[in-house]
Design a protein around this ligand. Sequence first.
Ligand code: FAD
Length: 492
Amino acid sequence: MTSRDGFQWTPETGLAQGVPSIGVISPSTKISSSPEKYDVIVVGGGYSGLTATRDLTVAGLRVLLVEARDRIGGRSWSSNIGGYPFEMGGTWVHWGQPHVWREISRYNMRTELEESFDFSRGVNHFQLRTTQGTSIMSHDEEDAILAAGLEKFVNVDGDMGRKVIPYAHDAFHVPEARRYDGMSAQDRVNAIALSLTPNERASLESFVLLCSCGTLETTSFFEFLHWWALCGYSYRGCMDYLISYKFKGGQSSFAIRFFQEALATGRLSYVFNAPVSSISDQGGEVTLTTRDGRQYTGARLVSTIPLNVLSSVSFDPPLSTQRATATNIGHVNQCVKVHAEVSSKDMRSWTGISYPFNKLIYAIGDGTTPSGNTHIVCFSGSTNHMHPEEDINETKKAVETMAPGNMDIKRLVFHNWSKDEFAKGAWFFSPPGLLSTSLDAMRARHGNVVFANSDWAIGWRSFIDGAIEEGTRAAMTVMEDLRPAPALRSYL
Ligand code: FAD
């Protein structure tokens, strides 16, 4: 099945919108013809919504899943082109991410991961292109430069950030951590600038921008420290957790398991291609209205609508002032992720940074396609932002500039997350001040409406793991409401 989402370009076909994905659901609606009142309506079929839907149906509740797109997965989905999965959004997972690993175990997918990096053959080097020129280095030298820059960046306490964030899943445990949320990445770079070599500075800034996809000024230094703590306070941990292990069959091969398990209970109804325009909580029940006027009612509603698009849905009663303010501020991640299939097999072991002059900043060899070409994945964000489909020649030039002479492009694949009306950005990354003022408000329930999204998870916020954490939390909240556990004394 082909989704409306995503773009593909080849020299033969030119640019085409829509790419094939096993995450597309057909038929798009499974709903009873007579009006029905559901126990729970779940809005959004990303990992938060899929987890909540699965847990609630398995627990015996009748659930209606309402999704704006033609597919599941939200910001994590893969396109299977010629049998090869290109990850359009969320990609990498790790066994140190507790919620995601619980699900990988549940679906017996432990052996379905593979490594992105393969330095076993080919050019086997790191190419650093800055305003000062081009350096070709070994991957060990790449690691040494990045580790040195990052360690200077995070070492605010003489203990690599451990004193500021000793508990990564309770990041404000130490009150002083809030102070760092008032600081931007640019503030911190300025503070350590004299200690950085030019190559360390270019590599450090590129890596921070790879994480936030904002600008250095719009990136919360605290949130970067939080990522660092989650990754075990080390550069090696960052590489392992953030960018190393992916599903051989693509993210959609994982997401579909949640959906299928929910469906198998016989208690799941669903409607895709149904953007929600309003949600009204009358106290006894919640009614949702879609843009085309369909209405559905449930005893509870789980909204997994992301932070950056929450203001496009009207709520009655209105959202709290603090949540509305957070929604209007939004997160800053405007990631541009472009897959390029290039003819050189040797580029499989290549990594590169091209900064700050290029429209793409960071790229790695990520796989070998069925035609034997190398798959390169490239990233950038608000710094030098571009919309890849608007000018394919500009996009090709940005890929070629990463490694001049070595990027003979056979195919480009991408999803424009900035223009996506149901995401308006990629993974959550906080601007300074947002988390310390608004995290609790983003997480709070609103009458019979429970909010769940990776954007306000506690642990691996911004990650697939955080989405599953949130879907689990929402399902538990609703189950406690609708199926109160028997009082302990009844067992005595
Ligand atoms: P979403 O996936 O955004 O789900 C929300 C759902 O709500 C969507 O399906 C949306 O269509 C739907 N919706 C929105 N508005 C409406 C409406 N009005 N009516 C009905 N439905 C609506 N995470 C990792 O762990 N590893 C990675 O390597 C990684 N890389 C990433 C790269 C990119 C480019 C992107 C974009 C994300 C990446 N992430 C990564 C983050 C990860 O994808 C997300 O954190 C996670 O998928 C969010 O899941 P969610 O269910 O909380 O939100």
